[in-house]
Design a binder for this molecule. Structure first.
Ligand SMILES: Cc1ncc(COP(=O)(O)OP(=O)(O)O)c(N)n1
Ligand SMILES: Cc1nc(C(=O)O)sc1CCOP(=O)(O)O
Ligand SMILES: [Mg+2]
Length: 214
């Protein structure tokens, strides 16, 4: 059973990133996605290996995913690292191809920012069907130029109603947003800055989890 309520998406690389991911996992983040768009595959693999090892040491139940790169997730798994899958964007490798590479036990997420994306994902079956949807942005975020209109708080109940899949809200999610978002039916919130930008990432993660209302 995956605890989706707090889903950390990392930023940066190096020891501070690894420590922040481990601290958030120890505080209860159920998923950690390693996102490092600035790294080429070899360096990304090293980061994924370091994060997966540190997260497994501090919170063995936390799932570790790789952003975009099913090939890197596969390489990490081949080395025996506790890496559980990949988060794919709409233009990344298809979900079924990622499953073919990673195996039937892999966790595969898909970005579904619009209601149309959510409906299209919900219609999928078998290996084409993702395990969860990342849907955003809640608001425009300085972390990334998403290029889609904001979902807004009012947009999440519509997305939740359109799918049986767990919906994860992302994009400028702050501690103050967690309580209202938790009432929309979403399964979890994904954050970068709220945890990675905090002086104490473990405390920031714990605060996000405490703010959940159900
Ligand atoms: C949980 C979650 N949801 C959405 C995204 C965005 O993924 P994508 O559209 O592929 O954009 P990049 O993160 O690759 O810039 C995500 N990473 N995680
Ligand atoms: C990686 C990413 N994807 C988004 C989307 O809406 O698809 S928003 C986002 C960045 C989220 O960072 P922060 O928590 O710092 O706002
Ligand atoms: Mg992507």
């Amino acid at each position: 059973m995956i605890d989706w309520r707090l889903y950390l998406v990392t930023s940066g690389d190096g020891p501070a990133t690894v420590r922040a991911a481990a601290a958030a996992a120890a505080a209860g983040a159920g998923v950690v996605q390693v996102r490092a768009k600035h790294l080429l595959a070899g360096d990304l693999l090293e980061l994924v290996l370091d994060v997966a090892s540190a997260v497994a040491d501090s919170a063995p139940g936390t799932r570790v995913l790789v952003n975009d790169r099913a090939d890197v997730a596969h390489a990490a798994r081949r080395r025996g690292a506790p890496v559980h899958g990949v988060h794919l964007g709409q233009a990344d490798l298809p979900v079924a191809e990622a499953r073919a590479l990673l195996g039937a036990d892999a966790l595969v997420g898909l970005t579904a920012g619009t209601l149309e994306h959510v409906r299209e994902a919900e219609a999928r079956t078998g290996a084409h069907r993702p395990d969860y949807l990342g849907s955003g942005p809640l608001r425009p975020t300085p972390t990334k130029d998403v290029g889609r209109p904001p979902v807004g708080l009012a947009g999440y109940p519509l997305r939740v109603a359109a799918t049986q899949l767990p919906v994860i809200a992302i994009g400028d999610v702050t501690l103050a947003d967690v309580a209202p978002l938790s009432r929309t039916g979403i399964a979890g919130v994904a954050v970068v800055r709220e945890v990675m930008g905090a002086a104490d990432p473990g405390a920031a993660a714990a605060a996000c989890l405490s703010a959940w209302l159900r």
